[in-house]
Design a binder for this molecule. Structure first.
Ligand SMILES: [Zn+2]
Length: 202
């Protein structure tokens, strides 16, 4: 992988987190999950968490004026390379990130059918400590850190529908932007995590 700045885009439950973590680890890239970052801000009840709460409670994306400064601050602190999961999600976020960088990032876009997304989300659990995604049947504790595995709040059916709608409305234009600039790689996200990862690595 010659790119050192990567962003992962895809609908909720497309496997961005699983694939992004693995790709980052293998290439020694710093990894940021904006979802995990927000959830810990909520848990710690930070000022940012308080602002973000009402959006997350409705299953909506957190607006640019909260997300952009938070993520750009993180990016500014990183050295050699990084991978972002969950950002950018809107065209203004893409532009804000580009404006910070001399070498523009490559976008990896996971494509998964809606039926498959709904099937996955129905049985998805997440570690409350490290936010690794697990499947039902993997046991009660996280294989990585022994944290407790629980269903994610935003995976509730009603919230999930909202998140899919938001994805179409906000993220698809960002995907189109990367495609127009020929900085996108669209990857088939159907199949087992290993099968998808083989495609992600390219
Ligand atoms: Zn864990």
């Amino acid at each position: 992988m010659k790119f050192r700045h990567l962003v992962f885009l895809g609908p909720p439950a497309s496997g961005k987190g699983t694939q992004g973590r693995r790709l980052a680890k293998e290439n020694h890239l710093a990894y940021l999950s904006t979802g995990a970052l927000l959830r810990s801000a909520l848990r710690d009840d930070t000022p940012l968490g308080q602002k973000a709460r009402s959006f997350l409670d409705r299953g909506e994306y957190v607006p640019d004026e909260i997300m952009i400064p938070m993520v750009l601050e993180w990016v500014g602190k990183q050295g050699d390379g990084w991978l972002l999961d969950g950002f950018p999600r809107t065209v203004p976020q893409v532009e804000a990130l580009d404006s910070l960088l001399e070498v523009k990032p490559l976008a990896i876009i996971l494509h998964v059918s809606n039926d498959e997304l709904r099937r996955r989300v129905a049985c998805r659990l997440e570690c409350v400590e490290c936010h690794r995604v697990a499947r039902e049947g993997e046991g009660e504790l996280c294989p990585e850190c022994q944290g407790k595995l629980e269903p994610r709040e935003d995976d509730a059916a009603e919230n999930f529908g909202n998140r899919l709608d938001e994805y179409r409305r906000l993220v698809i234009p960002a995907v189109t932007y990367y495609c127009d600039q020929q900085r996108a790689r669209i990857v088939n996200g159907m199949g087992s995590p290993d099968e998808v990862y083989a495609r992600v690595r390219g």
